[in-house]
Write a protein that binds this ligand. Sequence first.
Ligand code: ADP
Ligand code: MG
Length: 417
Amino acid sequence: MYAAWTVKHKPKSLSEVVGNKDAIQKLVNWVKSWERGIPKKRAVFIYGPPGIGKTVSVEALANDYKMELVEKNASDYRTEDAVKRFAGLASQYGSLFGGKRIVLLDELDGLTGTADRGGVRAITEVVKNAQCPIVLIANDAYNPRLSTLRNYCLLIEFKKPSASDVMKHLKRICIREGIEAEEKALKFIAQRSEGDVRSAVNDLQALAQGRKRLTYEDVSWLGYRDRQESIFNVLRMIIYGRTCIGAKRAVDMADVDMDMLFEWIYENVPAHLNDPHDLAKAMDALSMADVYRGRIRATQDWSFIRYVIDFMTAGVAMARQNSKTSGWIPFKFPQRIKMLSRSKAERGMQLRIGFKIKRKCHISANRAAKEVLPYLRIIFRNNVEMAAGIAKWLELDEDMIEYLAGNKKNAEAIKEM
Ligand SMILES: Nc1ncnc2c1ncn2[C@@H]1O[C@H](COP(=O)(O)OP(=O)(O)O)[C@@H](O)[C@H]1O
Ligand SMILES: [Mg+2]
C-alpha cells in the first residue's frame, strides 16, 4: 500500500526538522522556561507560510521532551462552546502519569466567519489563564481578528527553509528509500519548491517512488512553471469530481496549458479508476477530447476548446460509478511528456557533439551525429584510453563525455586519463 512520504518521513525529532534553527531554539527555550514556573507569555504564536514545518516542529518537540501533545484544528474551536469543551485540558501542566502537557491549536487562519469570533475570544481567555504551554499556529499572524489574542503571545516567525536545507531533507528520504539520487536532481526539486518542504517531498515521491536511481534528466523536464501542489488539487477535482461544473471549474485553477493538463489526466486516470467499465468510459471521454484537440490543430478553430474541456474534465468525472476509493494513491507525472522532452534533449546533445566532430572532420554536424557518433559511443564505453584521446582532440566538455560514456563511472575514468 502507498503512504504519503510527507507522513512516512515526517521528522520525529527536532534534529530532523530542517531550517528555522533560531525560531525552534526560541520555542524550546520558552517550553523549558515552564519548568521554572509560569512565564509571562503563556502561549507562543508561530506564523509563516505553509509546508515549512510549523506543525511538525511542535510535534517533534513534544516527542523529544516526552510531553503529551493535545492537538486541535480550527474545526475543534470555532465556537465558544467548542473551546470550552477542551479548555479544561489547558488548566493542568502535569498529567496524571507524570508527563507534561502541551496544547496546540493549529491552523488558526481557518477561523473566518463571524460565528468564529466567539471562538477567538474564548481562546484568548484560555491563553490568559493557561497552566500549561499553549502553541498557536497560523499562516498570517497579522490578521486583525487575532490582534487581541496576539498580545498575550510570544510571536515566533517561521521562514522558508533555504534550498540547501530542503535538499538535506530530500537526501535523508532518498537514503531511507534506498534511492541513489544525483545531487543536481535533488537541488532542482528543492529550488523548484521555493521553500515549501511539503511540496518538495511530494515532488520527490511522484518522481522517485519505486526507483533505484534519480537523475537530473529525470526531473529537469518539469520546468519551474507548475507547482504540483496546485496541479494535484486540480487532478483531484477532475478525477474525483462529483459534478460536471466542479470538474470543469478545475481548469480555471490549473496553471498548466490545456495539452499538459490532458497529459496529466491521461497519465493518472488508470490508477484512480479501478473499475474497468469506469475506466473505459473515462478513456472514451479522453479520446473524444483528443479528437477535438486534433480539429483545433487542423483548423485553428479554437471554439472547439469547449468540447475538449468538457470531455476531459466532466467526461472523466462522470465516468466514476463503481470504482472504489481504496486508500491513498499518489499522482504521477505525465511520462509521455517526459519521453518527448528527453528525446528532444538527447537530439540537442547529439547535435552539439556533431558540431565538435564537424570542426575536425569537415562533414556536416547532422551527418556526424548520425554516422560518427554511434562509433564514439562504443569506444567511450569500452576503451577508456582511446576515448580520453578523442575527447581531448574534439574538445568535448564534461556533459558530452558523460553522454557518450553512458554513465558517471566511465566518464570519470575518461576524464582522469
Ligand atoms: N522543515 C521541515 N523539515 C522536515 N520536514 C518538513 C519540514 N517542513 C515540512 N516538512 C514535511 O512536510 C509535512 C508538512 O509540514 P507541516 O509542519 O505540517 O507544515 P506547516 O508549516 O504547514 O505546518 C511534514 O509532515 C513533513 O513531512
Ligand atoms: Mg501545519
